[in-house]
Ligand binder design. Structure first.
Ligand code: IPE
Ligand code: IPE
Ligand code: MG
Length: 241
């Protein structure tokens, strides 16, 4: 139970709220989707920077459960971008040792996209060099709600005793059950909010709110954030020795 009072090493798991694509495009007089395409190009660069920085797990927020509120054209454009991106990058991700996982509710997604997601997860399941998790139709509250429902079904079926339910039980039902908690959460675009991202898992994450818009966020910005993390003192509620 007792966590170390101080960790000065780098983050093992970094999570990114990739925000600012729309504003980046608008500043150039372009449609918002132009910014989403530019943003998608940055992902590869950040993934490639991970191994040398000691980052084993990278989780990226691609589409939230609230993003359906956007125009039909933007949502459709994003869904098409996700499909294209998976098809275009699958081979390279496999070759570079990336294991890809998706978190979020797949039920509302286009079956064609879900098939590509399932195939990419299976294809890259042999990899262990870097674990990239894409949050797609993901919301922290939605995830906790779905986990609670599954847990309740286990109890009602008699497979789980309600008296044994504690925080570790619930964590086993979350989409992230195989992942460690994030050590560092980065949000680009200057907004200092978490917008329903990894609510449960980020209980003790360090946060970095960075003004740069996501399509301008490069490997150097990522490396700077990772290095700043090393200077932080994590206490996990304890008094430093
Ligand atoms: C983040 O960029 C990408 C998604 C939410 C899909 P935004 O589209 O939110 O860009 P801004 O915040 O409007 O600039
Ligand atoms: C969070 O960004 C979701 C993603 C980056 C996918 P939003 O742009 O949707 O968040 P809000 O609306 O500014 O809080
Ligand atoms: Mg935004």
């Amino acid at each position: 139970m007792t966590a170390p009072a101080k960790i000065t090493s780098g983050p093992r798991h970094v999570a990114c709220i990739m925000d600012g694509n729309g504003r980046w495009a608008q500043a150039r007089g372009k449609p918002r989707l132009f910014g989403h395409h530019a943003g998608a190009q940055r992902v590869k660069e950040v993934v490639r920077a991970c191994p040398s920085l000691g980052v084993k797990y990278l989780t990226i927020f691609a589409f939230s459960t609230e993003n359906w509120k956007r125009t039909q054209a933007e949502v459709a454009g994003l869904m098409k971008l996700f499909r294209r991106y998976i098809q275009a990058e699958a081979r390279e991700l496999l070759a570079e040792g990336v294991r890809v996982r998706f978190i979020g509710d797949r039920v509302q997604l286009d079956p064609k996209l879900v098939k590509l997601m399932d195939e990419l997860e299976l294809l890259t399941s042999v990899n262990d060099r870097i674990h990239v998790t894409v949050a797609l139709n993901y919301g922290g509250r939605d995830e906790i709600g779905r986990a609670t429902k599954r847990l309740a079904l286990e109890v009602s079926a008699g497979r789980l005793d309600a008296a044994d339910v504690d925080e570790t039980t619930l964590a086993r039902f979350l989409d992230t059950h195989v992942l460690p908690d994030p050590d560092l959460v980065i949000r680009t675009s200057g907004e200092a909010r978490i917008s329903n991202f990894l609510l449960w898992q980020s209980a003790y994450a360090e946060y970095e709110f960075i003004d740069t818009l996501w399509p301008d966020f490069n490997a150097a910005c990522f490396a700077d954030a990772v290095r700043r993390f090393a200077a932080r003192e994590r206490r996990f509620g304890a008094v430093p020795a």
